[in-house]
Ligand binder design. Structure first.
Ligand code: NI
Length: 398
């Protein structure tokens, strides 16, 4: 390998400032999933200003840049997501969202800025590259069916050998990098159960089929899927997050609606949970003379990191921040559509520490006061560059 890594080379004058400026611009102008029109335009303009990139729009609000080296070789895809959330920002800093009710509350503004800077740095080395780097600026990570699946469908992964994604993480202190081998994030599936009974006077329950009483039974029996039916060693959570019914003190409603999420790793656990949910809801409804209509929507696939790619990224992370600052993160029950790329090629998803209690940067992702330490951005850029350095072949002699 090289005596000098690509990340140790000096950054062009002004790039560090631009990185912050891009992030703040994106933060000021957040856009919801599948509506990232300004964002994609902004990204495309910057990429078109970088020599050596072939820029296209695989879907209306995503951007792809291809960096084809001087000689053939392997292909690495690097991915950033670009969408914001339907949250009213409560931060008061100067670059807070100017769009009411929409906010970059997950750090995707940072991901986009980091990948732009990485594209700039790597494009400057195109002559030495054997193979190709694909920069994927993805739309709609936050909303089903997700942008990643659309991009895979559009062919962005064709000919790709590996994929690497990064996520800023406010729960990890800035300066740390979180690595996960194997299971990292769950498949987030959603369900809606509509319970249909027979409404009536609350003083005469025997003349009704009480959908609230039936719904309460379903909620508590769904808890048995995890505690009594699933293998205790399987990773599975079922949460009922919405229970809507009724409109007054003295009327038993004829309809109740339950909504919630099922999160798991692996197809067997996932399918079993879905079947058991159906069986419990239908069985309880039948026992009480009610009916149910169940809508069960499969969300993203679980994020499962490839052993060998993760190992390369771990080495890169250690080079960048030191062994003590590289944390092995346990699997979590959140979801990410990065998994759509991983179903095509081996890849890994890395957490870039971005919290800082000293600066008051303590709020979780999707909180109206979420933000991240901008010092994390350079670490993310360097890790992208170092991943390309290690996974691909470069001419070292120049
Ligand atoms: Ni996110």
């Amino acid at each position: 390998m090289a005596e000098q890594t690509l990340t140790s080379e000096a950054w062009p004058v002004g790039l560090a400032e631009e990185l912050i400026a891009w992030r703040r611009h994106l933060h000021r102008h957040p856009e919801l999933s599948f509506q990232e029109n300004r964002t994609a335009g902004f990204v495309e303009d910057i990429l078109r200003g970088i020599d050596g990139l072939i820029v296209s729009r695989p879907t209306p609000t995503s951007v792809l840049a291809r960096l084809i080296g001087s000689r053939p070789g392997k292909t690495l895809a690097l991915r950033a997501d670009m969408d914001a959330l339907p949250i009213q920002e409560e931060n008061t800093f100067e670059f807070a969202s100017q769009t009411p009710g929409v906010m970059h509350a997950c750090g995707h503004d940072g991901h986009t800025a980091m990948l732009l800077a990485a594209a700039r740095l790597l494009a400057a080395r195109r002559e030495r590259l054997h193979g190709e780097i694909r920069f994927i600026f993805q739309h709609a990570e936050e909303r089903l069916p997700g942008g990643a699946a659309e991009l895979v469908e559009a062919g962005v992964m064709e000919g790709v050998d590996w994929v690497v994604g990064e996520h800023l993480a406010s729960q990890l202190p800035v300066g740390q990098i979180g690595i996960a081998y194997g299971d990292m994030m769950a498949s987030p599936d959603n369900f809606t159960i509509v319970i249909k009974g027979y409404g009536g006077h609350a003083g005469y329950p025997h003349k009704t089929v009480d959908t609230i009483a039936v719904g309460a039974q379903i909620v508590s029996n769904l808890q048995h899927i995890v505690s009594r039916l699933a293998d205790p060693l399987d990773r599975l959570v079922i949460s009922v997050t919405q229970f809507t019914a009724g409109s007054s003190h003295n009327v038993i409603p004829d309809t109740a609606v339950l909504k919630g999420t099922v999160r798991s790793f692996g197809e067997r656990v996932r399918a079993d949970a879905r079947d058991r949910l159906h069986r419990i809801a239908e069985g309880i409804a039948a026992a009480h003379g009610a009916q149910v209509e169940i809508e069960y929507v499969y969300g993203y696939h679980p994020v499962v990191n490839d052993e060998s790619v993760t190992h390369v990224l771990e080495e890169a992370a250690i080079e960048l921040v030191g062994k003590e600052a590289v944390i092995h993160v346990p699997p979590g029950m959140g979801g990410e559509d990065f998994s759509a790329y991983q179903r095509k090629v081996p890849g890994t998803f890395v957490n870039i520490g971005a919290g800082n209690a000293d600066k008051g940067i303590v709020y979780p992702h999707h909180h109206p006061r979420f933000t991240f330490d901008e010092d994390a951005l350079q670490i993310g850029v360097r890790l992208f560059v170092l991943a390309a350095d290690k996974l691909l072949e470069w001419e070292r002699s120049r």
